[in-house]
Write a protein that binds this ligand. Structure first.
Ligand code: PLP
Length: 364
């Protein structure tokens, strides 16, 4: 038998996550200069990292030979203060993606189940599969999470329900009332995880942190990858009631959040100006895309995040053709949306160029 026969079958069967195509790789393949290429494929910050974070990280490099503070005292305290929780409620992750993994580590096993929406962020499914658990998908009419149906899907085997809010790739939000009703319905053996990676972009964000303060079975996930522009550093966090946070801490590697990332994130928390600039640009960019898609009669999902899902006919073809012209977007076949692409909001100039290229391809 090949050695793979001895590996866990559910791991071998996994279809690996396909990230947005990197600029460098595209430049190499097309023989272009990287500066000629724009990437609107991974919902990154078009203005780059927070300048305050950059400065703090440069300083932190002097201590790169020292192991990080595994307890991340400064950063966890700063996060706790900002969100009105205790340091014991804060768990750092190597990106908030790691919090997803830690939750699955702690609560899933073969026979247990994770519930998510039909067009939810794909990492939930990957992680449920990785732990040999059942992945239960609940339809999301009009691309909006149906929290009543998700609560109805809970069984004695259910341990986790993931709600991406706003969701990626749909950009849709569920509001406070629906969330409140949903949390009321949670049985004691189930944890609801609200993945709020795009929280900063919302003008009217629902409050889920109150449930963490109340000690309910609710975990809130946030990240420094999007509005703060620190995606390369891999730093995010979960806010969890102490009983859940304590278990998550047991499952993580001792130095899962590296020292440079901790320093950058700590400074980024203070950099409200960078977030404000990013959010203002995003509002204008969203309005621009929505309006331009409407003019062209293209079907799109109105978004409150920093990207828009738009129907273009053949998503793989449009992705490939746009790539040749130096604009990287994301094809959506892996989300069972083969006719759609997802476009991140860039600078006004990047957004305009993206539409010029899209027009050329849809005309051709
Ligand atoms: C981008 C994103 C994340 C953040 O991932 P990091 O690991 O923190 O970079 C988490 N959830 C969703 C839904 C996302 O779109």
């Amino acid at each position: 038998m090949s050695i793979q026969g001895y590996a866990n079958q559910f791991v071998c069967d996994l279809v690996a996550y396909e990230p947005g195509k990197p600029v460098e790789e595209t430049a190499r393949e097309l023989g272009l200069d990287p500066s000629q290429i724009i990437k609107l494929a991974s919902n990154e910050n078009p203005f780059g990292p927070s300048p305050l974070a950059k400065e703090a990280m440069t300083k932190a490099l002097d201590e790169a030979h020292i192991y990080p503070d595994g307890g991340a005292w400064k950063l966890r305290n700063a996060i706790a203060e900002k969100y009105g929780v205790e340091m014991g409620n804060v768990v750092l992750g190597n990106g908030s993606n790691e919090i997803i993994e830690l939750m699955c580590h702690c609560f899933l096993r073969p026979g247990a189940a994770l519930i998510a929406a039909e067009h939810a962020f794909v990492v939930y499914k990957l992680m449920a599969t990785l732990f040999g658990a059942d992945y239960v998908e609940v339809p999301d009419p009009e691309f909006v999470h149906d929290l009543e149906a998700m609560a109805d899907a809970i069984t004695p085997e259910t341990r986790l329900v993931f709600v991406a809010n706003p969701n990626n790739p749909t950009g849709t939000l569920v509001g406070q009332e629906a969330i409140d009703r949903f949390v009321e319905r949670l049985p004691e053996h189930v944890v609801a995880v609200f993945d709020e990676a795009y929280h900063e972009f919302l003008s009217d964000a629902p409050d889920t942190v109150k449930y963490v303060r109340e000690g309910r079975n609710v975990v809130v996930m946030r990240t420094f990858s999007k509005a703060q522009g620190l995606a390369a550093l891999r730093i995010g966090f979960g806010l969890a009631p102490k009983a859940i946070a304590d278990v998550l801490h047991k499952a993580r590697q001792p130095f899962n959040a590296n020292a440079i990332a901790q320093a950058g994130a700590l400074a980024a928390i203070e950099d409200e100006a960078h977030v404000r600039k990013t959010v203002e640009n995003n509002e204008a960019g969203l309005a621009y895309y929505h309006e331009e898609f409407t003019k062209r009669g293209l079907q799109y999902v109105p978004s409150v995040a920093n990207f828009v899902l738009v129907e273009v006919g053949d998503g793989d073809r449009v992705f490939a053709e746009m790539l040749k012209k130096g604009v990287i977007v994301r094809a959506m076949r892996s989300y069972k949306l083969p006719g759609w692409v997802r476009i991140s909001v860039g600078t006004p100039e990047q957004n305009r160029r993206c539409l010029v290229v899209l027009d050329e391809i849809l005309a051709g």
